[in-house]
Design a protein around this ligand. Structure first.
Ligand code: ADP
Length: 192
């Protein structure tokens, strides 16, 4: 299996790039942000709980997020691999993912991180907020909180996988095509 973590701060272009990688490698794209938005859109109990965190730019608690991720993987097991987008976002999530995959006889192949600086991220998110309908993209203080949460809780996930030489950083600026070809080059190198 080819199991990729697409990593990077909010607004770094993970969703856009995931669509390209899915086509290239024929993988299942799992975005925890999209899964939460689906639940919120349907006003499910999970969606209502998630909304109370997402609207403030905070992380949804690990047990909720991990449970939802496992359900998604378990109900889509007949695939060549996964692109995890927006997950894991904490060390406990990374540890839970490693255990879960190892129980299935597989593991993370590579973590590819999109590198984009904070000023550019704020600009992109405010711009996305004009059309995305996402409340968490509309307010500069919520955006700043998401970046802070990324720096405080999520950035360490990069080091968790670099300890086994699986992490790599890619410049997240340039055209969509330039960035996807950089990603593909790195993934091919790490999956050899
Ligand atoms: P972005 O990458 O633009 O911040 P996402 O769509 O990945 O957006 O996530 C939106 C929100 O959903 C996050 O700010 C967070 O509140 C919640 N979320 C998504 N994935 C996770 C996760 N793995 N753990 C906890 N919360 C999450």
């Amino acid at each position: 299996m080819l199991n990729i973590i697409l990593f990077g701060p909010p607004g770094s272009g993970k969703g856009t790039q995931a669509a390209h990688l899915v086509d290239h490698y024929n993988l299942l794209h799992i975005s925890t942000g999209d899964l939460f938005r689906y639940e919120m859109g349907n006003d499910t109990p999970l969606g209502l709980e998630a909304k109370s965190y997402i609207s403030k730019g905070e992380l949804v608690p690990d047990e909720v997020t991990i449970g939802m991720l496992k359900n998604k993987v378990n109900s889509n097991s007949d695939v060549g691999g996964y692109i995890f987008d927006g997950f894991p976002r904490t060390i406990p999530q990374a540890e839970a993912l490693d255990t879960f995959l190892s129980e299935k006889g597989t593991s993370i192949t590579a973590l590819v991180a999109l590198d984009v600086d904070d000023d550019e991220i704020v600009k992109r998110l405010l711009n996305r907020g004009l059309t995305s309908g996402r409340a968490d993209d509309n307010d500069a203080s919520i955006i700043r909180n998401r970046i802070e949460v990324y720096n405080n809780e999520t950035a360490q996930v990069y080091d968790h996988y670099s300890a086994s030489d699986k992490s790599t950083k890619i410049a997240g600026t340039g055209t969509v095509e330039e960035i996807s070809s950089r990603l593909i080059t790195s993934i091919d190198k790490l999956s050899k």
